[in-house]
Design a binder for this molecule. Sequence first.
Ligand SMILES: NC(=O)C1=CN([C@@H]2O[C@H](COP(=O)(O)OP(=O)(O)OC[C@H]3O[C@@H](n4cnc5c(N)ncnc54)[C@H](OP(=O)(O)O)[C@@H]3O)[C@@H](O)[C@H]2O)C=CC1
Ligand SMILES: CC(=O)N[C@@H](CCC(=O)OP(=O)(O)O)C(=O)O
Length: 343
Amino acid sequence: MAASSKVMKQKVAILGAAGYTGSELVRLLLRHPFVEIKHLSGTERTAGWSYGQVYPQFSFGSVITLDGERAATPVDALPPLCMTDDIDFSQVDTVFCCLPHATTQTIVSRILHRGTQHTPRVIDLSADFRLADVETYKHWYGTSHLAPELQTEAVYGLTEFERKAVRSARLVANPGCYPTGAQLALAPLVRAQLIALDDIIIDAKSGVTGAGRAAKEGNLFCEVTEGLHAYAVASHRHAPEIEQGLSRAAGMGNQGVIVNFTPHLIPMSRGILETIYIRCRPNVKVEDLRSCLEEAYREEAFVHVLKDPKQIPQTRHVRGSNHVVMNVFADRLSERAILVVVL
Ligand SMILES: NC(=O)C1=CN([C@@H]2O[C@H](COP(=O)(O)OP(=O)(O)OC[C@H]3O[C@@H](n4cnc5c(N)ncnc54)[C@H](OP(=O)(O)O)[C@@H]3O)[C@@H](O)[C@H]2O)C=CC1
Ligand SMILES: CC(=O)N[C@@H](CCC(=O)OP(=O)(O)O)C(=O)O
């Protein structure tokens, strides 16, 4: 895509740029013809470093993208990391927040309540603004929300379902990793009333970058390699997020649908695979599920239903591509179906 000289570039700040989500954003935004990365922030640990010092792959010249193209902006143009407090937000159009849970509430609140004429839009990648219900947040995150008024204002940023609202939102809460796959696969089927709402089992596996870059004993190479384990069984905070999305799709408000969700950590660096077991409503066939999903994503650039009904999605379908690929299969028991989704 060629950058038009008439289009004003969006001035962007990425907070928490030294983390994994921050680095993924830098990689994507360097390619974007209408974005100028003005600020990258970190803590005392990384403030003052060049981005190549934080991530060696951003050290030299132009980034060659996965498609073999040159990025729109050379990495040399990236600013060094600074402290978040040193950013002048009156000069920024969009802030991407890639900060740990809870830290985000305070910082986003400060940015959006600055009381000046110009307030940037905020796109938050943490979980702080995803759950609309204040009590549900408190129950799952173990602490009261520090900016409840923003919690109700935030638009849940699953773009395929909320494109119009995302366009005009002041604060976008980006979905969690597991909820992205689960909701993309299930919400169209729920909306079309094709599946039972009391019998949804989501078995999910994630690569280790999903846990963030901060050092944690459980994520060390020797702890995760050549092994596989479930974690947060029946207690993962993504369950209420998925339930909120599916309840909304069912027209029930923020709650009502209950899912059984079990995540696993698998020894690969990135990617997620979710196997989802569902029960069809009476007289619904797996072909109906497939048609529904195909219709839902026909015009979408990043979500794909495999054309061959027998082909099983695998992480290699999406590796490093930011796409989501799914397929749906009939179980041996006729009323059941199995969805496989990778992202
Ligand atoms: N990893 C993933 O796949 C996904 C993560 N998320 C969510 O996104 C958020 C970021 O996750 P992730 O990138 O994995 O986390 P990481 O642990 O990889 O990185 C977080 C970064 O935040 C920085 N940081 C902490 N406090 C501040 C501050 N006050 N100002 C500036 N920088 C700060 C740290 O910087 P420094 O290194 O300089 O100390 C650290 O590098 C989390 O809320 C996470 O739950 C969402 C979707 C997917
Ligand atoms: C492998 C792994 O540890 N994954 C993280 C989820 C990462 C993510 O996307 O979720 P949040 O933004 O809600 O943190 C976890 O299970 O806590």
